[in-house]
Write a protein that binds this ligand. Structure first.
Ligand SMILES: CCCC(=O)SCCNC(=O)CCNC(=O)[C@H](O)C(C)(C)COP(=O)(O)OP(=O)(O)OC[C@H]1O[C@@H](n2cnc3c(N)ncnc32)[C@H](O)[C@@H]1OP(=O)(O)O
Length: 217
């Protein structure tokens, strides 16, 4: 809650996104993959929906600040297939939110996200479907990153695997001092070495976000 209060103050002090924001908004709804890459979104969406559980909740405030919550506490907020589809739908909603200024991304029950739901990952165990799931998520995270909103991931507890990757789709990561943000796949090396109790680190490019996030005293 304390992290949330700090971010609300920062985001409230910002003005709207203006012409640049509107330009970005028009460009934001395209992902990386399309039918050109033999990507069939409807097909993978149907497969993902076979793995329900949890939700991604969006609360849009009149102030122009939205809170997006990864909500699956009984599995440490692991992302089920249904939640991946939910996330895509919430991103679409944000793309169409003309009054939006800022976005806070957080996890329910004082932890961020333990990555993909391993039950779903096990079930989608052939390389073709695994690739389609990755393409689906990459499209969603790219669109999340491109939203014309100032976005902050509030990390309490653990952000693991796909949960760590989710934080990279935000402009900022605000981390509790005892939080862990880690991806053991070798794609990224997340280190939380925070100034005081909480620290704020801005990374300047998408590439940098995906390779290394490190704050130090
Ligand atoms: C394809 C994209 C790449 C990925 O994201 S792969 C997933 C990467 N993430 C992981 O490997 C994390 C797996 N989980 C863990 O290591 C531990 O559960 C974790 C998060 C450190 C928490 O440890 P503890 O505090 O001891 O809690 P716990 O293990 O008893 O977990 C509580 C309940 O949550 C469940 N859970 C946690 N992470 C999950 C996940 N990713 N998928 C599915 N279920 C998950 C866990 O099985 C347990 O359930 P239950 O109470 O035994 O029914």
């Amino acid at each position: 809650m304390a992290l949330c209060a700090v971010m609300l103050q920062i985001l409230k002090s910002r003005s709207g996104c203006g012409a640049w924001g509107r330009l970005l908004q028009r460009q934001s709804s395209s992902g990386v993959y399309s039918s050109v890459h033999a990507f069939d979104e409807a097909e993978i969406r149907e497969k993902l929906q076979a793995f329900p559980g949890g939700s991604i909740d969006l609360f849009k405030q009149d102030s122009g600040i939205a809170v997006l919550t990864v909500n699956n506490p009984s599995r440490m907020n692991a992302l089920s297939g249904g939640m991946m589809v939910d996330l895509e739908e919430r991103v679409s909603e944000l793309e169409n939110w003309t009054d939006g200024k800022g976005l806070i991304l957080c996890g329910a029950a004082e932890t961020f996200c333990s990555g993909s739901d391993l039950n779903a990952v096990r079930a989608i165990s052939n390389p073709q479907d695994g690739m389609k799931m990755s393409m689906f998520m990459q499209n969603t995270l790219t669109r999340l990153l491109r939203l014309p909103l100032i976005s902050v991931a509030l990390v309490e507890g653990r952000a693991l695997g796909g949960g760590a990757e989710l934080t990279t789709a935000c402009d900022f990561r605000l981390m509790a001092s005892d939080s862990v943000c880690e991806d053991r796949r070798g794609i990224a090396d997340f280190v939380a070495d925070i100034i005081g109790d909480v620290g704020l680190k801005k990374t300047s490019s998408h590439i940098k976000r995906r390779i290394s996030i490190k704050s130090s005293r």
